[in-house]
Design a protein around this ligand. Structure first.
Ligand code: IVH
Length: 677
């Protein structure tokens, strides 16, 4: 009997580990999360019954650790170095010349290029294949023992395995499994997990993380591993410290892959400066599509003996550089802090900055989110601050440089009355934000209108912010329904409106009257209902009537819709003001397309990925249209993907599609498919 259990336990462990590897190292998925959880559950139950069968590398041991009082210090055998940064071709060329002079003549240099992951450096020790200890870099000589937390990261194998590899690599793997091996790499947080974490922090009224690096570092340096496990971190290996006979950095990477680590999807052998430049350029264009953040590439002298001979200057090896992309941070001065009123009536403090270049564009404003954030940063008008642009995100103030203060800086106070309509400002119990108490505040209306006509909503061409303000000032629109009564005669007397543009605007308003349920719901501007949720609601209910009538329990039972969102939807449809507005929209000719009709296109139920730039529509429009046609918009290519739409300058998704044999189509074919052709 016990023998049978032992066999079952072993098989379960192998199977769970295989799926872990597929998912976290190879980005593939064979069984659902629920099925995998079920296997883990069975294993856990058996281990509870037979605790003597528990091994330290069992998948159940990833989450077993107790909170610590403090981390122990670990002295690194070989120092954990950093890299010197370069930013231009000239600097790469200088580096190349410098090191060429230092290696004995006749040795042509070759290189290895890889992604510089934006996370935190970690070193891992394995003995006889078992993960025994992991530590942070610390000061490079002494780090902290974070083994328990690293065990929660599924991309880190708890024991090393022999994966398929060439004979030369196989010999190294055998050696690694027999003795001790030290592996280094970067713990990081994917963009998706980072965004979800910050949304969650906001919901809980807790602080946002400034960037994925801080989030990853904060998550690894948690005394309670139960917190770390929730942060869903990843790991990318980039070096084998132990000499197992590897002669090149490229071989070290092959060895890492053979031992079961994720070692980079974009690594490349590079012959010289020309190749390095091309690689830097290529990654520079495709990195926006990566599921993680990267601020540069790492170039390493490929030949390991040569790399060693080149030695170390200060804390960085001569034989490797970080070739960075333009800085995403800069310093500037806060000239003023003003409040902006959003669609929900929330007052958002915005810092007006002395314009500064960050990551290729000029930044003159940064959001300060709310009063708590201002207090946390202790930012004052006149302060010098560090601003940051992460990806497409609105710039953020990361920190203040208090040493640069003159004493003339002024503290910000939240206004007591709304700067637009003069009503009182309130802060509700348990909420971080301040709100204008007047539901018909002009600013609130204005923001609501902007949202209503936006691309993902009614998508009305020619209704920019300026025109909306103009129409509101002329008393022509008080709420979205008023748009649908506008006539050319209303518009023509207005400044900037010639006969033609009045005609055009009325035509685009008329054209927008036919709208999908999902876009209609989004346009209403219900709190917490973004595009995704609107889409989920439309698919689930199929008609506006059903949503209007749904009670709180029904809404709560919908997958992906949490209690706060359900409550917000429910109370929106309880308010006469809102239902009255919807009725008015319908009576002025707005027609909601029945989802069933839309679903009968060739895209129905199909998974669609887009890579590169489309010419006739933006990504946002494409996303909305694919969904309207019943398709499923997904961000990464897998075997399950049905179509990869290839635009201009396609990224790596194109290569992956070809590799996996996924059907690729161009923009025109996509449009035809959406139209049901
Ligand atoms: S090689 C000699 N490769 O960047 C140091 N580092 O600025 C060995 N990093 O401390 C580093 N991705 O934390 C290397 N593919 C990569 C990397 C990488 C991220 C980090 C690492 C290092 C820092 C240096």
């Amino acid at each position: 009997m016990k023998h049978d259990v032992e066999v079952r336990i072993r098989k379960l462990r192998d199977e769970i580990n295989r799926h872990r590897y597929l998912y976290h190292v190879l980005d593939k998925q064979e069984i659902s999360d629920a099925a995998l959880d079920s296997l883990k559950h069975e294993l856990d139950r058996l281990e509870q019954q037979y605790p003597d069968l528990i091994t330290p590398d069992s998948p159940t041991q990833r989450v077993g650790g107790r909170p610590l009082d403090q981390f122990n210090k670990v002295r690194h055998g070989a120092p954990m170095l950093s890299l010197n940064d370069v930013f231009s071709r000239e600097e790469v060329t200088e580096w190349h010349e410098r090191i060429t002079k230092l290696v004995p003549s006749g040795h042509g240099l070759d290189f290895y290029g890889e992604i510089k992951m934006d996370g935190l450096a970690i070193t891992l020790h394995y003995t006889k294949g078992m993960f025994i200890q992991g530590a942070t870099r610390g000061d490079g000589k002494v780090g902290e023992d974070v083994t328990q937390n690293l065990k929660t990261i599924e991309a880190i194998p708890l024991h090393l395995e022999t994966r398929e590899s060439k004979p030369a690599i196989k010999a190294m793997v055998t050696k690694a499994l027999a003795g001790s091996v030290e592996i280094r790499g970067e713990v990081y947080m994917s963009k998706k997990v980072f965004d979800a974490l910050n949304r969650d922090q906001e919901k809980k009224g807790e602080q946002d993380f400034a960037n994925p690096r801080n989030a990853a570092a904060g998550s690894v340096r948690q005394l309670d591993p139960a917190v770390t496990v929730k942060r869903r971190l990843s790991f990318l290996a980039y070096d084998v410290v132990t000499d197992l006979g590897q002669r090149t950095h490229e071989e070290a990477h092959n060895l890492l892959a053979a031992l079961g680590f994720k070692s980079g999807d974009h690594n490349e052998h590079l012959a010289g400066v020309e190749d390095i430049e091309k690689y830097h350029e290529h990654i520079g264009t495709v990195r926006k599509e990566f599921p993680y953040w990267t601020d540069g590439i790492v170039i390493t002298v490929n030949d390991i003996p040569t790399f060693r001979r080149l030695g170390v200057v200060g804390k960085a090896p001569r034989g490797a550089i970080a070739y960075k992309y333009p800085a995403e941070q800069a310093t500037t001065v806060v000239e003023d802090i003003q409040v902006q009123i959003g669609r929900t009536g929330a007052l958002t403090p915005v810092a007006h900055l002395k314009p500064v270049r960050v990551a290729g564009s000029t930044v003159s404003r940064a959001t300060l989110h709310n009063l708590d954030e201002i207090e946390r940063l202790d930012v004052r008008i006149g302060d010098t601050v560090v601003v940051q642009k992460a990806g497409e995100i609105i710039p953020d103030i990361v920190s203040v440089l208090p040493k640069l203060r003159t004493g003339k800086e002024k503290k910000f106070h939240m206004p007591h009355v709304c700067p637009v309509c003069g009503s009182t400002v309130v802060r509700r119990e348990g909420e971080v934000a301040h709100y204008c108490s007047n539901p018909s505040c002009y600013a609130v209306q204005q923001e609501g209108m902007r949202h209503f006509v936006s691309k993902a909503g009614f998508d009305i061409d020619g209704l920019g912010e300026k025109i909306l303000v103009q129409l509101a000032r002329a008393d022509l629109i008080k709420n979205p329904a008023d748009l649908f009564s506008l006539t050319e005669a209303d518009l023509e007397p207005l400044e900037r409106f010639a006969e033609k543009s009045a005609q055009n605007l009325v035509a685009s308003i008329t054209a927008s009257k036919k709208i999908s349920l999902a876009r209609f719901l989004y346009a209403l501007g219900i709190r917490h209902v973004g595009e995704e949720t609107a889409n989920d609601l439309a698919t689930h209910f199929g008609s506006l009537q059903k949503i209007r009538r749904a009670d709180l329990n029904t809404l709560n039972a919908i997958p992906n819709i949490g209690a706060i969102v359900a409550e917000s939807i429910f109370s929106f449809f309880q308010e006469k003001k809102n239902t009255g507005m919807i009725d008015e929209l319908l009576s002025r000719g707005v027609r909601i397309l029945v989802p069933e009709k839309a679903r009968k296109t060739a895209l129905s139920g199909k998974k669609v990925v887009v890579t590169g730039t489309l010419t006739t529509m933006s990504r946002e429009e494409a996303k909305a249209k694919v969904r309207e046609a019943g398709g499923d918009w997904v961000s990464s290519v897998s075997r399950e993907t049905d179509f990869v739409v290839v635009g201009d300058n396609p990224g790596l998704k194109f290569d992956k599609a070809k590799k996996l044999g996924v059907r690729t189509i161009d923009e025109r074919e996509l449009i035809n498919l959406m139209a049901g052709k």
